[in-house]
Design a protein around this ligand. Structure first.
Ligand SMILES: Nc1ncnc2c1ncn2[C@@H]1O[C@H](COP(=O)(O)OP(=O)(O)O)[C@@H](O)[C@H]1O
Ligand SMILES: [Mg+2]
Length: 250
């Protein structure tokens, strides 16, 4: 099966004088959960911009299911600073992606309605974003993301703004949704523990201009329940060591 196979080969990008992406090669295989872990300002969000917008590469190539990425963008993308539109009810925020694709509002509503229970938002369809907790807003944003009918998810620090407890709950929830729906996921995070808990593999980036410092596999069995198991902590320690001493390649 080649569906949802993403490959970046020696991708580089600069903005004027600013060298942002030095040399990024990475692969996401169908059904995998892969994370990109790197310091703030490294260029992580820029990788997603290259995948989801018309922003041009300066070097390298990107392939999806074996073909170069052209006009089509086959991803469900949740941007880092997701703006649920404050003046639209949750249901109308959820249908936005489908409406933009040309679907009528009533058809789009019928399509997203069954997802509300699964996303823990049952009964909140008519609420406005400000009436929801931070975790619920992120689930609403994710609901809108996956309603775009792609099983390849790009998530840019989806839980970055949440408190630690809510965040841990959301990470567990995302893991179970990923398993249940057979999504392929590429997650950006600067949180080592989050990367270890969720990922099959992790790419660690250097600071700008970003290149791949190391790639590690996370061999912990699933479903994972404990964010702080000894095995997970050992992998975390190794990752932190790598991030803090990028010049001492191990
Ligand atoms: N469109 C742009 N024009 C100029 N500079 C940009 C643009 N987008 C991002 N940058 C710069 O590129 C660098 C990397 O940004 P970003 O990819 O958002 O990093 P990260 O997501 O890893 O924190 C930052 O210094 C940012 O200011
Ligand atoms: Mg970012």
């Amino acid at each position: 099966m080649t569906h949802n196979r993403l490959e970046l080969r020696h991708v580089s990008k600069r903005f004027g004088e600013l060298d942002v992406l030095g040399d990024i090669s990475l692969t996401v295989r169908p059904g995998e959960f892969v994370s990109i872990l790197g310091p703030s300002g490294a260029g992580k969000s820029t990788i997603f911009k290259l995948l989801t917008s018309s922003l041009q590469l300066d070097g390298g190539e990107i392939a999806f299911d074996g073909a170069p990425l052209r006009g089509q963008r086959p991803f469900a993308f949740m941007p880092q600073h997701d703006a649920l539109m404050p003046w639209r009810r949750i249901i109308d925020n959820a249908t936005l992606g489908l409406e933009v694709q040309g679907m009528s509002r009533s058809e789009a509503r019928a399509r997203v309605q069954p997802l509300f229970a699964e996303f823990g938002l049952d009964g909140f369809e008519q609420h406005y974003p400000a009436q929801l907790s931070g975790g619920m807003r992120q689930r609403a944003a994710l609901l809108r993301t996956i309603s775009q009918q792609s099983s390849m998810l790009l998530l840019d620090e989806p839980f970055g703004a949440l408190d630690a407890l809510t965040r841990a709950g959301m990470q567990r929830w995302l893991q179970s949704m990923w398993e249940h729906h057979n999504w392929t996921a590429l997650l950006i995070t600067h949180d080592v523990r989050e990367a270890v808990f969720l990922s099959d593999r992790i790419y660690v980036l250097t600071a700008r201009p970003a290149r791949v410092l190391t790639e590690i596999t996370v061999p912990l069995p699933r479903p994972r329940r404990d964010l702080a198991s000894p095995a997970a902590s050992a992998i975390e320690a190794k990752l932190l060591q790598t991030l803090l001493n990028p010049d001492q390649r191990t």
